[in-house]
Design a protein around this ligand. Structure first.
Ligand code: FE2
Length: 502
């Protein structure tokens, strides 16, 4: 093999994906970049007051993995855009041209091994940045950024989706990468973000940043996590930011042996750091509680001395594609997430985390009316969920989009029916200054039997009324993780003009 030329090697490595469930059916890589002007509208009418773009991002393998043991969160970032203009919807997808993408394109094969394990990459990939930009897209300070938590943001063009550059905020970011879950405060036009393992694999360094409306770093705090582990998401409120640490840990010695980037330690506790939004490391307060896990946060809030965060919390590891440290099989019951409020009392004498389950529907991918991120109070939350009133045979993934009214405790949902699933809902306000929750929910719908996708537009106040409109795609959009609605006004100005209505 070592005598073969690169060209001969490429011929031997025909593009053929492993025959495993990950790459079959709806999960099969699409590997296409699309341009479709004027999508079909199969039901209803697209509201003419909805002008702007819905951006989404997810993994779509460019080449078969170097090793067979792959997990679904790996793969090259494909950015998806639905452009809304006066009742018309245009659809576009583009791969993010990361260093990894370009190197693999050149060599016509996969060069990166196990997820985030640099010890398993092909020697050709040595020194190449392994980031995939496959997790989230955010519009801030006139830049559209594709994000993955083990790389810096990648700037892409908001209309062509062309890759522009790897972006370190003009040298303002000193951590080696940034989270894929920044939170935008649309009233201050600040982007609050962070990095975990901020000095490299297995380090405990945490970096928290506030990026100002001008796109410059205006505040940063460095502190140490209790362990080198995953911190996928955090929550913000008006005075504080909240970092929950769950025991999904990285061990560099395991990486050197070719092992997984994270292992679940079910014997360890949960710790939460409450950091003043504009404060310093010595003002951080720590709280602790029993073993738990959450991938995603809905929102934070503060009331007097009490700080709370609403999160999709499970008792065990809900990212079960990362194994248990002790070799035990995954436990789906322990890993089932429910919307839960954690409350931390800054005036209390203990480090206790108070935990209260808010809803009994299994749910994930929590979102809000984005204008109310970081607000003192908010009322509406949106999730993908299993509404027990709806049983759909033959479906995989989440069956419903759910709306939680946190003021009344009411919950309602919409489901696309049999053999269909839903992806993370994004909220679009009816008008820039509409009251909280007055607007639309936009969600990709997986049509399993037809092997293609729809985009549903729902009335955010009345999901159960059914779609306002259904945009029909002739192609499949593989699972996208996260994204956001950006109004035309925000695209034009580079800023959000939001005032909140109680
Ligand atoms: Fe995420």
């Amino acid at each position: 093999m070592e005598n073969l030329t690169e060209q001969e090697l490429a011929t031997l490595n025909a593009v053929r994906f492993p025959q495993i469930p990950l790459y079959e059916g709806f999960g099969a890589p699409v590997r296409l970049e699309s341009d479709l002007r004027d999508c079909e509208v199969s039901y209803g009418e697209v509201p003419k007051d909805l002008n702007g773009a819905l951006y989404r991002c997810g993994p779509d393998r460019q080449y078969p993995p170097l090793i067979g043991d792959d997990i679904f969160i790996d793969g090259e970032g494909l950015v998806v855009m639905f452009r809304f203009e006066n009742g018309h919807v245009d659809f576009k997808t583009r791969y993010v041209r990361t260093e990894r993408f370009l190197l693999q394109e050149k060599h016509r094969r996969g060069l990166f091994g196990r997820y985030r394990n640099r010890y398993t990459h092909d020697p050709i990939a040595k020194g190449c940045n392994p980031g995939t930009a496959n997790t989230n897209v955010v519009w801030h300070a006139g830049k559209l950024l594709a994000l993955k938590e083990d790389d810096l943001p990648i700037e892409i063009h908001p209309y062509t989706l062309e890759t522009i550059r790897r972006y370190d905020y003009d040298g303002g970011i000193k951590s080696v990468w940034l989270s894929a879950h920044p939170h935008l405060d649309q009233t201050t036009n600040e982007l609050l973000t962070f990095a975990y393992q901020a000095k490299g694999d297995g380090t405990t360094d945490m970096a928290y940043y506030v990026i100002g409306p001008d796109g410059k770093v205006k505040h940063e705090v460095w502190f140490n996590a209790p362990w080198p582990g995953m911190l996928h998401d955090f929550a913000i409120c008006d005075k504080y930011v909240i970092f929950p640490f769950f025991p999904l840990l990285t061990d560099v010695e395991v990486l050197k042996k070719g092992g997984p980037f994270y292992q679940w330690h079910r014997d360890k506790e949960t710790m939460v750091a409450v950091v003043p939004r504009y404060g310093t490391a010595d003002q951080i307060r720590w709280f602790r509680g029993p073993t738990s896990f959450a991938g995603h946060m809905m929102n934070g809030s503060s009331n007097g001395s009490k700080v709370s965060v609403d999160i999709c919390l499970s008792r065990g590891n809900s990212f079960a594609f990362f194994p248990n440290h002790d070799g035990a099989p995954p436990d789906p019951t322990q890993g089932a997430p429910y919307l839960t409020r954690l409350t931390l009392d800054l005036a209390g004498q203990t480090e206790e985390i108070k935990s209260e389950r808010l809803y009994d529907w299994l749910c994930e991918m929590p979102r809000t009316d984005d204008r109310y991120q970081g607000n003192g109070t908010y009322r509406n939350g949106y999730v993908v969920c299993h509404d027990p009133r709806r049983v759909w045979a033959g479906m995989s993934g989440f069956s419903s989009v759910g709306h939680y009214d946190l003021k009344t405790g009411a919950a309602n949902s919409w489901s696309p029916g049999p053999n269909s699933g839903v992806q993370e809902p994004c909220f679009a306000p009816r008008k820039p200054n509409s009251p909280e929750g007055d607007g639309y929910i936009l969600a990709l719908v997986n049509r399993m039997a037809e092997n293609r996708s729809d985009l549903v537009i729902l009335d955010a106040k009345n999901l159960e009324a059914g779609p306002v409109a259904m945009v029909k795609l002739p192609v499949r959009v593989r699972t996208t993780f996260h994204g956001m609605w950006v109004s035309q006004e925000a695209l034009d100005s580079g800023h959000y003009s939001v005032s909140r209505t109680p």
